[in-house]
Design a protein around this ligand. Structure first.
Ligand code: HEM
Length: 218
């Protein structure tokens, strides 16, 4: 957001603040420093409150983000793909390669849809903050996960005997790498939600649900 230009009243307020600081015994530099830290605390509060709210209705209402609901589909499907890939090379019969193809496709489509909603929440985060940097890393890692499974899908399709001889080794390796990166990306997603509070309700709203005197109506 562009900085507002300094108004004459603001300048006189600052001068009065400096005079008060001198009267209190602190130097003008000290008073300027405390003013700056007050401003940065206000900025952080504004950015955090903005991150609590959806940037558009499609992202889900306040307190009910859609992205965390949708991510269960790619996470479940990709982990199941890896399980079937491993079964396809270990268990006699090797027919487990076939469900792995469909599971990976479900994960890819689910992941693309979930990513759209994640991106909408990402736009709510203020550039230059730690939350924004972690979200950027989360986005990049999850995109790499999707690329692993998309490439793996085409490798499976190119091998017409995959359901007879098990998942091709390259596709199996891509599933291992994809799920591994997903664990790291998912950890960062959890950090965004549970440590940095992206799309959680304000504490003043959360506390109502813990009050005995004002039981929630929902
Ligand atoms: C396959 C793709 C993705 C998966 C599996 C995924 C997974 C996750 C997980 C597990 C969380 C923690 C939420 C919870 O534990 O309930 C999360 C949060 C989050 N993710 Fe993703 N994510 C994906 C793609 C993306 C993309 C592309 C973005 C865009 C930058 C993104 C942005 C976010 C944000 C901002 C949060 C914090 C919660 C929120 O604001 O909704 N995600 N994600």
């Amino acid at each position: 957001m562009p900085e507002e230009s300094e108004q004459p009243e603001e300048k006189s307020e600052q001068a009065a603040g400096r005079a008060a600081a001198i009267a209190e015994g602190s130097s003008p530099e000290q008073s300027e420093q405390s003013e700056q830290s007050e401003q940065s605390a206000e900025q952080a509060e504004r950015s955090m409150r903005a991150a609590h709210r959806p940037s558009m209705a499609a992202a889900g209402p306040y307190g009910h983000p859609i992205h965390p609901m949708l991510v269960t589909i790619p996470i479940g499907a990709f982990v199941a793909t890896l399980a079937f890939d491993i079964a396809s090379v270990l268990i006699e019969g090797r027919a487990y390669g076939r469900p792995a193809v469909w599971l990976s496709l479900i994960g890819i489509v689910g992941g693309l849809v979930a990513s759209l909603f994640g991106f909408v929440d990402y736009r709510r985060l203020t550039k230059g903050t730690r939350a924004h940097a972690v979200a950027t890393r989360h986005m990049i890692l999850m995109d790499v996960v999707l690329i692993c499974f998309v490439v793996g899908f085409f490798v499976r399709r190119a091998d017409s005997n995959y359901y007879l001889y098990g998942t091709p080794k390259i596709a199996l390796a891509l599933s291992v790498v994809g799920v591994g990166i997903m664990l790291i990306g998912g950890w960062l997603g959890g950090k965004l939600a549970y440590s940095y509070g992206s799309r959680v309700a304000d504490e003043s709203d959360q506390i109502k649900a813990h009050s005995l005197s004002a039981p929630s109506t929902d």
